[in-house]
Design a protein around this ligand. Structure first.
Ligand code: PAF
Length: 280
């Protein structure tokens, strides 16, 4: 496994790498969810590149950029054990020079769901992902379905900008009790961690209601919100939303399938999760 901090040195190494190349962009503090992405990348590519970069431009001024969990030694050991080919750990200054003035806005999609609560978040995400795609020139890139809106935004960017890269979305990996894996789960206190499993339970409740024939989005959303408020102490819901999966347009009535997305504060920690509602 080769580790690079320098963009030009990485580019030089990639010139001789065997294709297809699979890219797994991460912000580090790697967990089983990242491992699932890396394993998928290994399965379908001759060369796997993992990037570790806590991207400052996707954090709002009052968000957790400074305290975002980091453990680079743990990450490197894990990536070694997975026989990752290249790891790219750039410095902030090399990706964002003083006169960096170009941003990627994926319009419309970036206003929905997370966009209401995290203005400029997706501008930061799309910009850094495009930069990483340009530097690593992969054939495939891998993202977790837990960030469903991020996946759609990146797919839209790749299509709109005619990039010849396949964006692969990998199912959410969950803890034994259903909590979606996230680096931010470490912020939860013991009690909060216990009750956070109810987020997934609320998604399953929605799926059960849909299977029973309830297709009115408002009714399902109300049941999900009630479940969360009742079962998670100190919770504050940002949104429970039912949308079409790729356009993220709100649905009133669910036909065959829909994306159910949730953002909820559990104490001081903001968590997101989602499920595709579908007839089994
Ligand atoms: O999903 C993430 O970890 C980040 O948003 C990403 C894609 C690595 C961009 O910083």
């Amino acid at each position: 496994m080769k580790i690079y901090n320098n963009i030009e040195q990485l580019r030089e190494a990639i010139k001789n790498a065997e294709r297809p190349i699979g890219l797994v962009p991460t912000m580090g503090f790697l967990h089983q969810g990242h491992l699932a992405l890396i394993n998928q990348a290994k399965k379908y590519n001759k060369t796997v590149i993992v990037t570790i970069f806590v991207n400052p431009t996707q954090f709002g001024p009052n968000e957790d950029y400074e305290k975002y969990p980091r453990d680079i030694d743990h990450d490197i050991n894990l990536l070694k054990s997975l026989e990752t080919n290249f790891v790219f750990i750039p410095e902030r200054e090399s990706l964002y020079t003083e006169n960096h003035n170009t941003w990627v806005n994926v319009e419309k999609l970036d206003e929905k769901l997370e966009g209401h609560f995290r203005p400029n978040h997706f501008k930061g995400v799309a910009t850094i992902v495009l930069k990483l795609l340009n530097i690593t020139t992969p054939d495939n890139a891998y993202f977790g379905q837990k960030d469903a809106q991020q996946v759609q935004i990146i797919k839209q960017m790749v299509a709109d900008l005619n990039l010849s890269i396949k964006i692969n979305s990998i199912p959410t990996v969950r803890e034994y009790d259903g909590l979606a894996l996230s680096s931010r789960n470490v912020y939860l206190t013991k009690d909060e961690r216990k009750s956070a499993k109810e987020i997934y339970q609320s998604l399953l409740l929605a799926q059960t209601l849909f299977e029973k024939g309830i297709n009115n989005a408002e009714i399902i959303k109300k049941n999900v919100s009630d479940h969360i408020i009742k079962n998670i102490k100190n919770s504050k819901i940002d949104y429970v939303s039912i949308t079409q999966e790729s356009s993220l347009e709100d649905l009133q009535t669910i036909k065959d399938s829909a994306l159910l997305s949730i953002a909820v504060h559990v104490g001081k920690t903001r968590l997101i999760d989602n499920l595709i509602l579908s007839k089994k």
